[in-house]
Design a protein around this ligand. Structure first.
Ligand code: PEP
Length: 252
């Protein structure tokens, strides 16, 4: 069974001065919770400072993206090999990267492979837009998206999957827990078809999309949802700590 995991995606928020202060304000609350892998994903420029602020705790650090190439003429980009000395996780294929920066499934697969090659745990994000959901094709669409985003991956050790319906991200309109649970079950089957039943059962599947400490409980209650990828609420220390606490108590 997968170890529960809660990751906070700070997106393009917090200055290099604010980020370690925000991390420090969550430090004791997060450090006191066991049984859940806790990950904070600040902006690139604050990865080092946040790691220092959380030093000597079991809170892990993640980047929000990374480039698939090792090095070279990619102005403005940061490679997985550079990230590997700063953090343990990296989000790939977030819907904002897919929609605002035109990332394809093939791009996401290349990033996932590069992350794994450099010892980073990729949090591979998938999710359908509202028109796909309304057309009744969400399960098949997201399963295909996951397969394409994992093209070439042979060993899923360390892999994390984030199911984030696009219409639920940052909208205050979270998915119904049974809807997210149905998708998580389908993704588990997809992972089992790729890697086998046992390896698939160890892969944490996260729900993401307007998660708060008020609504997280019924998601974690679903058998195939192992945690959450949290955007807005991860910038509020009490909220984020509350989400991790509830996850730990439900999965204990
Ligand atoms: C996200 O950015 O991954 C996310 C789920 O955002 P929010 O929690 O704000 O909907």
């Amino acid at each position: 069974m997968a170890t529960p995991l809660v990751a906070g995606n700070w997106k393009m928020n917090t200055t290099p001065r604010e980020a370690p202060a925000l991390a420090a304000s969550m430090r004791d609350g997060l450090a006191a919770i066991s049984g859940v892998t806790k990950v904070i994903c600040p902006p690139f420029v604050s990865l080092g400072a946040v790691a220092i602020a959380l030093d000597r705790t079991d809170v892990e650090i993640g980047a929000q993206d990374g480039h698939a190439e090792e090095s070279g003429a990619y102005t403005g980009e940061v490679s997985m090999s550079m990230l590997s000395s700063l953090c343990q996780f990296v989000i790939v294929g977030h819907s904002e990267r897919r929609s605002l920066f035109s990332e394809t499934d093939a791009d996401v697969a290349a990033k996932t492979l590069s992350a794994i090659a450099h010892g980073l745990r990729p949090i591979v994000c998938v999710g359908e837009a509202l028109d796909v959901r309304d057309a009744g094709n969400a399960l098949e669409y997201v399963s295909d998206q996951l397969k394409a985003s994992l093209e070439g991956v042979t060993d899923p050790a360390g892999l994390v999957v984030g199911y984030e319906p696009v219409w639920a991200i940052g909208t205050g309109r979270s998915a119904r827990p049974d809807v997210a649970g149905e998708m998580a079950e389908s993704l588990r089957e997809t992972l089992a078809s790729l890697f086998g039943d046992e390896p698939a059962s160890d892969i944490p599947i996260l729900y993401g999309g307007s998660v708060t400490s008020e609504n997280i409980g019924p998601f974690i209650d679903r058998p195939h949802i192992d945690g959450a990828l949290v955007g807005g609420a991860s910038l509020k220390p009490d909220e984020f700590v509350g989400i991790v606490e509830l996850t730990a108590s439900i999965r204990a």
